[in-house]
Design a protein around this ligand. Structure first.
Ligand code: XMP
Length: 545
């Protein structure tokens, strides 16, 4: 990275810390999240200075007892700082300004004006607002306190009707602050403002691209592995697939993948994984056909958590057996490759670069104690959208790189009650029909919006994010060709979401729903009724079990 150590996003407990880091990376500058407690310690490490620092917002008031803070000396290091919301207030207070708690709170989309004083104006020169026209502009506010008086040396560069300091800067010292949130889409000039900070204030060049990342990682993996052997549990999901293709590019046949087919996959999924990664990418993959093993363990089990537990444990058993067999046949294995990505690292407390708590892989869940494998996690620094971009750089087909999430326990948690081969068949067939129809609907929508893929922005949130069928284990009476039927009902789940944490049921057009229901009833034997799930999350979860 020629942009030094990139940008640190110093976390004061704001809800947008990951979003800020993503926005910086969208401007092609590397960003990492550093908890504020670790900031001084990290700065003391030789050569660890970042090109710039962004303070996030946070839930506290700067004058509260025990509110998170940093010493005044921090601002004398010569590193450009951009404080956002709480971050701006903290900087102002530490440097001698005044932060107060006014009677009103400002929340939502708010008209913003350039410069201090009353009435609109565009007269104050500013590095942050370079090239940004505020003559008819809005920003996103969410605060209870504001900066009433800026510290000496600072100029007020914008305001709102209720907030006298919407932004402040002291360009000579490289210190900047904004009361609003430039990282959210509701501040339309926000990305330009962040770019001004990164390029004009911090002197970044913008060399963080996924092409550079892939090239650098391949060299790094080669250097780390040095001809030794790496093992990977490939699920066919985006993260493990991109990690495997990247590593294969670096070390070729020194990478061995296991693909455990637990018999709970979607229609043709197992064959597709083998075709793409085995044949097209020419990777060494062992397909372990363990469907019978999993189904016999699940026999008679109806309780959802038991199902999940059985599948997780059985997966580890298969993985253990296969890795031991491989070690016996081919000699020692030194590394285990995992598709850990940055949100996993941040959520498990590793964002500070200290000793990271390593989360066990969703699909592996645990490792044989006596195997003593080193972990290889080449995607540890990347957000999901960056992982997809690396996948595209490596030549993985868009339909695989952009695939919807699929749970580790597979169709077992979409088959309510006991899991049987007959019921799985109904889910597989109906799910394939649903996917065909919604994929076509999504494609048409992307075309209309001029969007490349599902990217989670406001307009595109209308696209369906995850969609599948479930078998609720109920049968009902119907009539087909003058004869009475007594068959299964299939549930259709289709949701709009950004990250799966919350979701809305998808407002699919009636004609799309009609086609889906008609095709499922006509084409899937054993089904005579189709139900559409109208539950949001919360209170429902996306999966039914
Ligand atoms: P829920 O059902 O909790 O799901 O609303 C949220 C998202 O997580 C996925 N999901 C899983 N993914 N292993 C996974 O890798 C699992 O056990 C699992 N359970 C749920 C679900 O598909 C949705 O996208």
């Amino acid at each position: 990275m020629s942009d030094g150590n990139g940008i640190w996003v110093v976390d004061f407990g704001g809800q947008y810390n990951q979003l800020i880091a993503r926005r910086v990376r969208e401007a092609n500058v590397y960003a990492e999240i550093v908890p504020y407690e670790k900031c001084m310690e990290r700065l003391a490490e030789a050569g660890a200075h970042p090109s710039g620092i962004i303070f996030t917002g946070g839930p506290n008031s700067v004058y509260e007892d025990g509110a998170p803070g940093l010493p005044a000396s921090f601002f004398e290091l010569g590193i450009p700082v951009l404080g956002i919301c709480y971050g701006a207030q903290l900087m102002a207070q530490v440097l001698g300004g005044k932060v107060v708690s006014p009677d009103f709170k400002e929340y939502g989309r708010v008209r913003i004006y350039r410069g201090p004083g009353s009435g609109p104006g565009n007269d104050t020169s500013s590095i942050l607002f370079d090239g940004i026209d505020l003559s008819d502009a809005y920003c996103w506010m969410s605060h209870t306190d504001y900066i009433e008086r800026v510290p000496e040396g600072f100029a007020v560069t914008s305001r709102t009707d209720n907030c006298p300091t919407a932004s402040l800067e002291d360009a000579a010292r490289g210190l900047y602050g904004v009361q609003f949130h430039p990282e959210v889409h509701h501040t339309p000039f926000g990305q330009q403002l962040l770019r001004n900070f990164l390029y004009n204030a911090c002197g970044c060049t913008g060399d963080w691209t996924m092409a550079n990342f892939a090239k650098q990682k391949v060299a790094e993996i080669r250097e780390t592995v040095k001809g030794r052997k790496v093992l990977c549990a490939l699920s066919g999901g985006v993260d493990s697939s991109v990690a495997a293709v990247l590593t294969h590019e670096a070390i070729g046949d020194n990478l061995t993948c296991f693909f455990v087919d637990h018999g709970l996959l979607r229609k043709d999924e197992g064959d597709q994984v083998m075709e793409v990664y085995g044949r097209r990418f020419n990777m060494k993959i062992h397909r372990v056909n363990a469907a019978d093993r999993f189904l016999s363990k699940l026999k008679g089990v109806t309780e959802p958590e038991r199902k999940r537990k059985i599948i997780g444990e059985e997966f580890i058993r298969v993985f253990e057996e296969e890795s031991r067999r491989l070690a016996a046949e081919e000699g020692g294995i030194d590394f285990l490759l995992q598709g850990t990505i940055y949100p996993d690292v941040v959520e498990s407390g590793g964002g500070g670069g200290g000793a990271a708590v390593i989360k066990s892989h969703h699909n592996v869940g645990g490792l044989p104690d006596d195997m003593d494998l080193q972990l290889l996690e080449p995607l540890r620094l990347l957000f999901k959208d960056e992982v997809r971009a690396v996948g595209e750089e490596l030549g993985i087909a868009p339909e695989l790189v952009w695939r919807q999430p699929f749970p580790g326990p597979g169709l077992a948690i979409r088959c309510l009650g006991e899991v049987t081969e007959d019921k799985l068949k109904i889910i597989r067939e109906s799910d394939a029909i649903l996917r065909e129809e919604i994929d076509a609907y999504n494609e048409a929508l992307f075309k209309k919006l001029g969007a490349r893929r599902y990217e989670g922005t406001t307009e595109e949130e209308k696209a369906v994010w995850q969609y599948f069928t479930v078998l609720p284990d109920i049968r009902s009476v119907g009539v087909m060709g003058d004869a009475r039927t007594y068959d299964y009902a299939v549930g259709v789940r289709a949701v709009c979401s950004v990250d799966g944490m919350t979701s809305d049921w998808a407002r699919l057009p009636y004609d799309v729903l009609e086609t889906i229901a008609g095709r499922i009833v006509n084409e899937v034997p054993g089904v005579n009724r189709v139900l559409y799930d109208l539950t949001n999350k919360p209170p429902g979860t996306i999966e039914w079990e």
